[in-house]
Design a protein around this ligand. Sequence first.
Ligand code: HSE
Length: 306
Amino acid sequence: MKEIRVFCPATIANISCGFDVLGVALQSVGDEMIIQKVAQKGIRITKLTGQNLPTETHLNVAGVAGLALLAESDYEGGFEIEIHKKIKAGSGIGSSAASSTGAVWAMNALLGSPFSKLQLVKFAMEGERLASGVAHADNVAPALFGGFTLVRSYAPLDIVPIPSPPQLWATVIHPQIEVRTSDSRKILKTNITLADGIKQWGNLGGLVAGLFTEDYDLIGRSLIDHIVEPIRSILIPGFDKVKSVSMETGALGCGISGSGPSIFAFSKGEENARNVARAMKEVYTKIGIDYDVHVSKVNVEGIREI
Ligand code: HSE
């Protein structure tokens, strides 16, 4: 096989109580990439559509993630990468993660799969380091593994796949403002109080337990962020209103998707998720900010060949 075309899913990171450790892959939105094995050494981004992003290998997240893989490989040739962005950069649904993981997943497939998924996560994290200054894994892990993933530990890297309850649906609204992950990380405090820690890890444990036992009420009760949301939500116009109308419409929970400005809600069943989408849209229509909305099941497969 010389060429492969892949779908690289969007992802929701943090999921309220799991800052930098929890993420989930989405079904209905993602990028497409075409990766070709070529004789010429190195990596070249030959085409990039949909977004205005750098195509120089060292400045492109797919290029950097790919170089991290090549550095560990004995393959003598190179790769050419086409990236067709459907996920907007700076939207908070894992745009950089989709490109980074798409590159390393496809390169690995074209090389006969010498690397494990865990190794691919490490390579893709280099793309995240370029994008945000921090090599966080909470978007790249679910994109590669599919479904929900928990980063139990960063050193050593330990990723735990978590099952997805069959009726869990996500609604994501992206108000058309850009929030750079690097900026929204700078405003966070580096210390938390023990009291906030107790509340946060209680919810994180509750959310993971709820996902394993398909307990939708427990999932809902656990979708609370005492640490990051109170600070970051200030950057997102209309956040409190979107959250309150989502909860009134029957969402299980609602919070910031990744570093924002996208806002996500989880619902039980597609109909509820679509009702939440309507309620969210009304808020931004009234405020006068354009938006994109995605209603999606959990993508349990992750990146796939198309
Ligand atoms: N955990 C990361 C953050 C996710 O919140 O900064 C970025 O998508």
